[in-house]
Write a protein that binds this ligand. Structure first.
Ligand code: 5CA
Length: 463
């Protein structure tokens, strides 16, 4: 992409309404614009990151054996009356009446709708296990929307629902979700710690939240620092292997890690003092096992092995996709701007022409641009007539992990400059070698967060 043809409305001033870094930086980098309280337009740069995260979520869900679909944003109130949640959900639910006087609502989650689909089409234990999910906009009329996309009213969420014959089967589904979530967050360059949590309006006893540690997080968290050493890395996971999934879950759930809702001082004090950590965290996902709560209320039964109808065991599992954009920035930025992890960056490399209009510099930039595109990577070429200083500031603000700087002085010596956004380290090298380095950096074997071969990482690999 050439910047002169893109839409990147960066702001010089820090917007007064933004209290935390990610909100400030998303506004300044031209990623989002507030449409009304807690509701945002996703401008091209923000939209690109959102789509990248969505794609990673899809790939990891499909890898775990879960099936994508799409349910609508508007739901019939009648379904929610069946489960009893129409009245229970309270003021957070946005209720709408259509011209026929029918009660609708903008879905805050989809347990009822998916259970209705299930009971209409699935009748036998032979059709189980089944896990269906979608990634769709949700609406919760939060009393205090704040921190930009972090606590929005309209937000983008992956929600998945497992249907199983027995509790044991459903607990395997729970474990499978936990493992697939660990992998998902790692690919995004994040560490998200599963913590025993409270189930709230979703219901059920077994639930974990996934928290990214950050000063600005809304939850208070208590954990054994040993858990921060755990990494899934590139170990291969067989999602049908109950024992393997259970042992990974055990590894992550043995060290103490809880939110303030379930914190237990006595248990926490058993952790050696030097490893006892108290911090704040951003909740980027939550998994639930709630047994037959919805299937009993809504008559979702299957014919069991003995021919008798049995209510299915269910769980639901959510990832806050739009919130993750903010969470990644909270975890990865400096005073100059965002620093994208390579797995989610909107463009792979920035090209800065310090002397636009200089025929040699222009030609060198064009050549680099074309060779990077030929690698299947996306460069963002700043071909505007801005001063070099302004171009660098924009690059630092929008946080592409790598920058190639091209100018007449370097070109006289046959070199360009390759700069790493995270460390600030620069090296001078011939243009072809800079391109080779970029190719090498984005080759999958370098990055455990990106286990898929490059050719398979196009937009629709999960379909
Ligand atoms: N039905 C279950 C699982 S699908 C459910 O709704 N879970 S949840 O309430 O925990 O939401 C899932 C994830 O959505 C949360 O972990 C959080 O990351 C994200 N989320 C929830 N509320 C908001 C909000 N107001 N703004 C942005 N993201 C949110």
């Amino acid at each position: 992409m050439r910047l002169s043809r893109y839409f990147l409305p960066v702001l010089k001033e820090t917007p007064a309404e933004a209290q935390i870094a990610s909100h400030r930086l998303m506004l300044r980098a031209g990623m989002i614009k507030q449409a009304s309280a807690g509701i945002y337009s996703w401008l091209p740069l923000g939209f690109k990151v959102l789509r990248k995260l969505e794609n990673i979520v899809h790939e990891e869900q499909v890898r775990a054996g879960h099936t994508p679909m799409l349910m609508p944003t508007l739901q019939s109130a009648d379904l929610w009356r069946e489960s009893g949640r129409y009245d229970d959900y309270g003021e957070e639910m946005l209720r709408i009446t259509d011209r026929q006087g029918r009660d609708l609502l903008y879905g805050p989650t989809n347990e009822e709708l998916i259970t209705d689909i299930f009971r209409s089409h699935v009748g036998s234990y032979k059709d189980l296990p089944l896990t269906l999910y979608h990634i769709q906009w949700k609406f919760r009329d939060e009393i205090r929307p704040r921190f930009g996309v972090m606590r929005g009213r309209e937000f983008f969420m992956k929600d998945g629902y497992n249907f199983d014959l027995t509790k044991e089967d459903a607990l395997h589904a729970y474990n499978r979700h936990m493992v697939s979530y660990l992998r998902t967050y790692e690919r995004m360059g994040l560490q998200a710690i599963p913590m025993r949590a409270d189930s709230g309006p979703i219901g059920g006893d077994d639930t974990h939240e996934f928290l990214v540690l950050a000063e600005t997080g809304e939850s208070e968290v208590f954990y054994d620092s040993a858990i921060t050493d755990l990494k899934l890395g590139d170990r291969s996971v067989d999602y049908d292997d109950w024992d393997q999934c259970a042992s990974i879950v055990k590894e992550w759930t043995t060290p103490y890690a809880r939110t303030d809702e379930t914190h237990d001082d006595a248990k926490f004090n058993e952790v050696p003092e030097a490893r006892r950590m108290k911090s704040r965290g951003i909740e980027v996902g939550q998994i639930f096992y709630f047994g037959t709560k919805y299937s009993e209320a809504m008559g979702a039964t299957v014919q069991g092995k003995d021919g008798k109808p049995v209510p299915v065991h269910m769980g639901s599992h959510g990832i806050g996709v739009s919130r993750l954009v903010g969470a990644i920035i909270e975890a990865s930025h400096d005073d100059k701007g965002i620093i994208w992890p390579e797995g989610v960056t909107p463009f792979h490399v920035g090209i800065v022409n310090v002397k636009q209009g200089d025929s040699e510099a222009d030609a060198a930039c064009d050549a680099i641009y074309k060779s990077i595109e030929a690698l299947g990577l996306e460069p963002l070429y700043d071909d505007t007539s801005d001063r070099a200083g302004a171009k660098f500031a924009t690059q630092d603000l929008i946080g592409l992990p790598w920058r190639i700087t091209v100018g007449p002085r370097g070109l006289k010596n046959g070199v360009v400059e390759l700069t790493c956004r995270r460390t600030g380290a620069s090296e001078e090298l011939p243009p072809e070698q800079a391109v080779e380095k970029i190719a090498e950096i984005y080759t999958p074997h370098h990055h455990t967060e990106r286990p898929e071969p490059m050719a398979k990482r196009s937009f629709h690999t999960w379909m």
